[in-house]
Design a protein around this ligand. Structure first.
Ligand SMILES: Cc1cc2nc3c(=O)[nH]c(=O)nc-3n(C[C@H](O)[C@H](O)[C@H](O)COP(=O)(O)OP(=O)(O)OC[C@H]3O[C@@H](n4cnc5c(N)ncnc54)[C@H](O)[C@@H]3O)c2cc1C
Length: 141
């Protein structure tokens, strides 16, 4: 991504992140980062949506947003309880992950972290996992 269209901004240390700082990517185009992001297709955690709804965000429970996610998707594995097929965004697993990626996940498993499959990331994003991708306009992925 060209530096003229994209930038990063430093986020203040957060106690919820062990007081770490991180850089957040922003898009310098009409529509912001939402116009130019690409690659990682990740939903939020089911329990976060349900927590928002419980605290008054009507229509934001996971059961409310799931049909919208599914409508957007064209999951390579076909439609199921959690994934949609036939939508405008083609989503798939990484074809040819770098060898360090599965090694990293195995290391996390050995350390006792939960490991989440790509299918499970449709509703659960806790722990280590390979991610699902939506390679817009990119070749070789
Ligand atoms: C290059 C890049 C790659 C990315 N890749 C991924 C990815 O693969 N997967 C992923 O999940 N996420 C990715 N992201 C992050 C993702 O794009 C953002 O988290 C998401 O788009 C944020 O959405 P938003 O609606 O909160 O903000 P934005 O889409 O950034 O929208 C904010 C809008 O508010 C406008 N605005 C800001 N301040 C004001 C103001 N004071 N007055 C009026 N308007 C204002 C901005 O101009 C912008 O149009 C990427 C981001 C970038 C930049």
């Amino acid at each position: 991504m060209s530096a003229a269209r994209s930038t990063t901004t430093s986020v203040n240390p957060s106690p919820r992140l062990n007081n770490r700082k991180f850089n957040m990517a922003l898009g310098h185009v009409l529509g912001g980062g939402s116009s130019i992001n690409a690659m990682v297709w990740m939903r939020g955690m089911q329990r976060d949506y349900d927590g928002w709804a419980k605290n008054g965000a009507k229509g934001w429970a996971f059961a409310d947003v799931l049909p919208v996610f599914k409508k957007q998707e064209d999951w390579e594995g076909g439609a199921n309880e959690w994934r949609g097929a036939g939508g405008p965004i083609h989503i798939r697993r990484p074809n040819d992950p770098h060898p360090t990626a599965p090694a990293f996940i195995e290391a996390a498993r050995e350390m006792g972290m939960p490991v989440t499959s790509e299918e499970e990331t449709a509703y659960k994003t806790l722990g280590a996992s390979s991610t699902t991708l939506f390679p817009v306009g990119l070749t070789g992925w």
